[in-house]
Design a protein around this ligand. Sequence first.
Ligand code: ADP
Ligand code: MG
Length: 255
Amino acid sequence: MNHEKSTTGAEPIVRLNKLNKHFGSLHVLQDIDLTVTPGEVVVIIGASGSGKSTLIRCVNGLEEFQQGELEVDGNPLLPDGKATQALQKIRTEVGMVFQQFNLFPHLSVLDNVILAPMKVRGLNRSTATETGERLLARVGISDQAHKYPTQLSGGQQQRVALARALAMEPRLMLFDEPTSALDPEMIGEVLDAMRELANDGMTMMIVTHEMGFAREVADRVIFIDKGRIVEEGPPETIFDTPAEAPTKSFLSRVL
Ligand code: ADP
Ligand code: MG
């Protein structure tokens, strides 16, 4: 993408250095080195079970890791989930959108969006509502503000989840297969909202199987196989001239 980037001399937002994670005997992430700079859109691809979700979840402290370094916006997370103030900070600076929308069913759409800004950031209701309404307009669902999640389509619910994450003014947005649970006709509207966010310069890490979208929005594509980064590069390189056998094999199955 050719959106403005403050890459010159900018501190990375995410920095992983030789990160290793085990689930018991399963070595699920192996020596992951990864740096994400402000404004960058990084798309992570790979087969089911390769460790994509685990990687994304490590970045906002939802999963512990055992060895290596992980820093988000200058806040270091420690191995084995050792509690630090950094974790709290990271949770408020990083927004996440999952495959399942995870909206609060008993709250209206607007209340879903303004809850965290009020509770965590301490905004009063009218300020939070103003921002919430602006964000709902931005993702194209202003008219749904007073409905409840179950009254919305999947695509609309996922756009509420996006607005809710944005309401915390995140420095980084993580997406884990945000369109995988959607009916095909609703995938486009969610990808459109994400594309707009990328164009606005948001720093994003996205796990997706939507290869056309990845090619279009990614600054960099990372291919993971069995817990290792096998190959990374600009989308044209990864999709058109992959160098490694596992990448070629994966792409031949999904493209
Ligand atoms: P992906 O998102 O690429 O499909 P995951 O990160 O979800 O892969 O999973 C990577 C591997 O780790 C898989 O083999 C999965 O079964 C395993 N795994 C994931 N979560 C856990 C867990 N909480 N406990 C044990 N194994 C897990
Ligand atoms: Mg996954």
